[in-house]
Design a protein around this ligand. Structure first.
Ligand code: AMP
Length: 299
């Protein structure tokens, strides 16, 4: 059985930043989030990749103990091309090719249906909904999304939002979805629709939690070696959900800790292209950076 069922893109990413570029590298929201979650629990991915998808990429996930029995193979892989300039908080999307995701009908393996934790990573909200309908009795469901889906499938996205416990979204997308420049208002609008908690990711500036009438603000880790922030939001969400699944404690206090673990793993992700940095760290590295956060937040 998997602890955390994740649906989201598994992709071939071509990314350029001021520090270099990669072509058709392993990427996608489900890839980053499952890898980050695997430091804490056993995740399983629901996705589709094409015949063109390198087998070694699937092996990277499998070797890490990620269940990939929910990854279908057929047609063409999702491709994303992005560019970052010196303000690395925002990716400019140059191209999105949905490939096989355009007609994908997710079918959950039996071993995923009992998962107590579910992460609906960034993908078509109709697929997020289809996965949610197949899990039997989840304890906690979180979702992420992005401007592409806000602009193309807003109605479906709001339908998913009404069924989840946690909304993870970045600041620009929260403003766009709730049509307000004010993040507090955006979070309150989201909470009125159903979720118990809203987590707004602010790139290198950290993250905000709105829950139980309280507000928590986590700083970003002061990184000197920023190389490519692609997947940082997904890594943040994966580590956060992985930690909640491991501790089986979705209280506001514990979600604060989960946010710090999310920030730590996201900071490692941004130190390299694709999974380069994340595949070189261990739990000791994560704990060391986690404890540094106490110093960063103390005053
Ligand atoms: P992040 O940097 O965490 O926001 O996510 C970057 C990842 O999202 C990349 O690896 C892309 O493959 C993936 N991605 C980009 N656009 C989309 C989209 N429209 N739907 C799903 N995943 C996407």
């Amino acid at each position: 059985m998997v602890d955390l069922a994740i649906v989201g893109s598994v992709a071939l990413d071509s990314v350029r930043t001021p520090f270099g570029e990669v072509k058709d590298a392993l990427g996608g929201a489900a890839t980053y989030s499952s890898y980050a979650a695997s430091f804490f629990c056993k995740p399983g991915i629901v996705a589709v990749v094409g015949e063109d998808f390198p087998k070694k990429y699937l092996d990277t996930l499998k070797k890490r103990g990620i269940d990939i029995s929910g990854v279908k193979i057929g047609g063409k892989t999702f491709k994303w091309e992005g560019l970052y300039e010196y303000d690395m908080n925002e990716a400019k999307t140059l191209r999105t090719e949905l490939g096989s995701f355009a007609s994908f009908q997710p079918v959950l393996p039996e071993s995923y249906k009992e998962a107590e934790y579910v992460f609906l990573a960034n993908i078509d909200p109709e697929l997020q909904l289809a996965v949610l309908e197949q899990v039997k009795n989840p304890k906690l469901v979180a979702m992420d999304t992005m401007n592409f889906w806000i602009e193309n499938k807003k109605e479906e996205l709001l339908k998913v939002l009404k069924k989840v416990d946690i909304l993870l979204i970045n600041d620009a997308e929260a403003r766009e979805l709730f049509k307000t420049p004010n993040l507090v208002k955006a979070a309150n609008s989201a909470i009125k629709l159903g979720p118990k908690a809203v987590i707004i990711k602010k790139g290198e500036h950290g993250a905000l939690l709105f829950m139980d009438g309280k507000h928590f603000s986590a700083p970003g880790y002061p990184l000197e070696s920023l190389v490519d922030p692609t997947g940082a939001g997904d890594s943040f969400a994966g580590a956060l959900m992985g930690y909640i699944a491991k501790t089986r404690d979705p209280s506001e206090k514990n979600i604060r800790r989960a946010i710090i673990y999310g920030s730590v793993v996201a900071s490692f992700d941004a130190e390299g292209f694709s999974l380069a940095r994340m595949t070189s760290i261990n739990m000791g590295d994560i704990e060391k950076r986690y404890s540094e956060f106490h110093g960063i937040c103390e005053f």
